[in-house]
Design a protein around this ligand. Sequence first.
Ligand code: FAD
Length: 389
Amino acid sequence: MPMDRVEYGQWFEGVRSFVWDTLSRYVEDIERTERAPVRELIPLFARHRLWGCLVPEDYGGLGLTVAQYVPVLIELSKLHAGLRGFLHAHNSTSVLLKWGTEEQKRCYLPGVAAGEIQLAFALTEPNAGTGVDIKTTARREGEHYVLNGQKHLISNCDVADYITVVCYTDRSKGRDGISVLLLPKDAPGFAWQPNRPTMGCKGFTHGRLTFTDCRVPCENLIGGVEGRGIVHALTSLEESRVFIASTSLGTAERAFELSLQYAKKRVTFGKPIAEREGVRGYLAEMAIDIHALRNMLADAIDKIDRGLPVPAEAAMCKLFGAEAVCRVTERALLVHGGVGYTSAFPIEQLYRDARINLLEEGTPTIQKTVIARTFLDGATLGPYPWEQA
Ligand SMILES: Cc1cc2nc3c(=O)[nH]c(=O)nc-3n(C[C@H](O)[C@H](O)[C@H](O)COP(=O)(O)OP(=O)(O)OC[C@H]3O[C@@H](n4cnc5c(N)ncnc54)[C@H](O)[C@@H]3O)c2cc1C
């Protein structure tokens, strides 16, 4: 049961205040030191039950619909991509949520929802691509899998208690030989080190993981069946791409709001720059991108909440959103002029933050591959939305 409207409204107002009254106080330090006090932040997020947004109530979470969760990401990404990514990495490890056995869900989800168990998701590898192009393997030996390989750029790997690792349990079967293991952080043979600092999305750790004959109990095979990993990973990515599109929207909306305010205030040659046609053009282009993204998102979110698969819709709004927020933050920088390039204005941070959205959950060429494949396989654009109403 989704949270009822009134209860949700009250809860979300609390989240909004938390973002702007509490979290906003951390941003300057995070940007300056490139470190976030993650251990201090975990209980603060827990107070608003944010670790359990997507966990069903039966397992101790809020059981929000996607339409109810997305505003949280939008609000956080208006403030800071690192803080948004901190929550996203945890809440998007939906592999366990969607595909875990009942026993696995009962064992882990209450702790996940309370923030007592932190999660990370490990797909990307330094010496391979993504999807089926992975090299990490897990060989079964008695009651354990023996994991070997490397991952990199894995968000939250410093705080994660468990990491969902996508690997081959049987290489000879191609994509049907991929599985997902829930790796306990203290498993023998596991080591990690931080990747170098990032352009934006600052303060949180993205790390390189090494598995050397790393022993993972067989009971930690997600879903209890080998060879379902590609389905697990792709369905999780589908929803997660919509979450990244939502963060593009949040960052773009803040850049737009700041640009409107600045354009009215900044006077050159005796007039506010908002009166110049060129500047109005930038503002109009920003509004168009934001409006289009809102509508694409509305469609994808509605379909997910109705239980429909959205491979093309998710990839389209993830790709469009990422490119739109890059355009919007570029125009925001131009509206602000030289001061926008300094850290005295939030545009400088939003501009850098926006660019992670091109990469997270797959690059533009990968989204195009997914979109084209879906239509070549027979999907259609469907009826016009106004005909359905
Ligand atoms: C801050 C940050 C956090 C991240 N967090 C996580 C995380 O928590 N978990 C995780 O698993 N990953 C994470 N990633 C990794 C991210 O998902 C990948 O970087 C991204 O998907 C791109 O993969 P890649 O780096 O291997 O790029 P590459 O595959 O090396 O791609 C390089 C270029 O080649 C193109 N290309 C590559 N292969 C093809 C192809 N087959 N067809 C067409 N074009 C192709 C790409 O589109 C891109 O333009 C994170 C990355 C960053 C920067």
